[in-house]
Design a protein around this ligand. Sequence first.
Ligand SMILES: [Zn+2]
Length: 203
Amino acid sequence: MALRKIFLLLSATALMAFHPGDGKKITVVIDAGHGGNDYGAMHEMLTEKEITAQICDKIKALKRNENIDLVFTRTDDQSMTLAERADFINQIKPDVVVSIHVNYNKNVTTSGFEIYTPKAHNANREKSVALATQLAGKLSENLNVKNRGIKEAPFFILNKSEAPAMVVELGFLSNPSDREYLTGDTGQEKIAQSVLDFIQGLQ
Ligand SMILES: [Zn+2]
C-alpha cells in the first residue's frame, strides 16, 4: 500500500508538472467507493465496487481538458480503508473531492440521486454544498432522474477531508430504472460526462 501511494503521488506530481495553456488548473480527487473485499451494495451479480470503478474509468476516458488533473484513490479492485482514502486526499490537496457510490433500499420504488456534504459547520461545508449543487444540476440535466437533494452526513471521508468534498449516491441499485443507467454503458457515460461538465465549470 505504501509503495502504491508513493507511485500515485509521483503520478499526480508528474501530471501537475505538464500544464501548458492559460486555463485555470483544477485538481480533483475522484474516489471510487468500496473495492477489494468490500463490495458495497449488491443486487444479484451486480456490485457497487464494480459499478463505481466502471464509472471512474469512463470519467478518465472522457476527460479532454489538459488543465484538469484527475487523481483517483483506487485504480483497480483493491481494498482501501476510509482512513487511507482521507490521507491520500489530504496529501494531494485537491480543489474538490468527488466520492462515487450507489445506493440501496429495501423499497424498490425508491429512486434518484443524492449528494452528501460534510456535517461539520465550517467554510469547507459551505463550499462543499455550493459545489454539490452544481454537480446535482449537471446530473439532473444529463440523466433526467430524480434529484433527492443535497444532504449532510458525518461520513468519515467528508469529516476528514481538508478539501471541499462530497459523496455522490448516484442512484439505487435496488430500483429497476436506476439500475439501468447505473449499469449500462450509456447511463455510465452520461454520469461520467456530468462529473466532467461539473469540473469544467470550476475553471
Ligand atoms: Zn457506497
